[in-house]
Ligand binder design. Structure first.
Ligand code: DX5
Ligand code: ZN
Length: 226
C-alpha cells in the first residue's frame, strides 16, 4: 500500500445486495474500485446495525484491493483485535466514540493495521489536531452516520482546515456520505483524495449488470478529477 494523493474511489458495500456480498465485492473491484469500504454499525453509536467481525472476515476472502473498515461503534477498543484477525487493512474509529482516541489509534497500529479517525459533521477539525502523527487517514463525514443515501452536507471548510493541518504527513483525507458526480469535485478541490460512495456506485446495477457499477465509478472519478 504505497501512499498517493491521487483520487481513489471506495465503494461502500452498505449499498450492495446483503445476500450476495462476495459477488458484489468481486464486481466492484473488477469495475475499477480502488478500495472496498465496509460500514460496521452497532445500533448504539448510530441508529442502525450491520455486521460484525465474522462477516467482515468472510468479506476479506473476496477483497483483492484494500479493505477499509469504518467502525461506527462504541466502545471500540475491545473489538480491535477481532477486526485485525478479520483482515482489515485500515480500521477507522470515530473521535466521538470515546474519551481515548489517542489510545485507540495506538492500539489499532499495534495490531498491525493502518489507523483512521472519523469526524461527524458536528465535530471540528481541531478534534484530531493532536493525533495526526498516529493517523493514516482522517474520514470527514458529509452525512450524519448511520444510513446510505442521505443528502450531502458541505464540509469544505473542515476539509481545507485538515489539509493544512496534515501538511506533509502521509495521511489520506477520506470523504464519506453523499459523494456522487455532483459533489466529488468540490471535496477533491478542498483536499480530499479518497471518496467513499455507496448509493452512487451501486445505483441501477447488480452483479448481473456490473458494467453499470463501472460506469458509476468512472463518472465519479471523472468528476473528481475535473
Ligand atoms: C454512512 C456510511 C457511509 C455510507 C455512504 O453512515 O458511513 O459509508 O454507506 O453511503 P452514500 O454514499 O449512499 O451516502
Ligand atoms: Zn462509511
Amino acid at each position: 500500500m504505497t501512499f498517493s494523493r491521487s483520487v481513489k474511489i471506495a465503494p461502500s458495500i452498505l449499498s450492495a445486495d446483503f445476500a450476495n456480498f462476495g459477488a458484489e465485492i468481486r464486481a466492484i473491484e473488477d469495475q475499477g474500485a480502488d478500495w472496498v469500504h465496509v460500514d460496521v454499525m452497532d445500533g448504539h453509536f448510530v441508529p442502525n446495525l450491520t455486521f460484525g467481525p465474522m462477516a467482515v472476515k468472510a468479506f476479506r476472502q473476496h477483497v483483492k484491493t484494500v479493505m477499509d473498515v469504518h467502525l461506527m461503534i462504541t466502545p471500540v477498543d475491545p473489538y480491535i483485535d477481532a477486526y485485525a484477525e478479520a483482515g482489515a487493512d485500515v480500521l477507522t474509529a470515530h473521535v466521538e466514540a470515546g474519551p481515548h482516541i489517542h489510545r485507540t489509534l495506538q492500539a489499532i497500529k499495534a495490531a498491525g493495521m493502518k489507523a483512521g479517525v472519523a469526524l461527524n459533521p458536528g465535530t471540528p477539525a481541531e478534534a484530531v489536531a493532536h493525533v495526526l502523527d498516529l493517523a493514516d487517514l482522517v474520514c470527514v463525514m458529509t452525512v450524519n452516520p448511520g444510513f446510505g443515501g442521505q443528502k450531502f452536507i458541505d464540509m469544505g471548510s473542515k476539509i481545507r482546515a485538515l489539509r493544512g493541518m496534515i501538511g506533509d504527513r502521509e495521511v489520506h483525507i477520506e470523504i464519506d456520505g453523499g459523494v456522487d458526480p455532483t459533489t466529488a469535485r468540490q471535496v477533491v478541490e478542498a483536499g480530499a483524495d479518497l471518496l467513499v460512495a455507496g448509493s452512487a456506485v451501486f445505483r441501477g446495477g447488480s452483479v448481473d449488470t456490473p458494467e453499470v457499477y463501472g460506469r458509476n465509478i468512472a463518472a465519479i472519478r471523472a468528476a473528481a478529477n475535473g
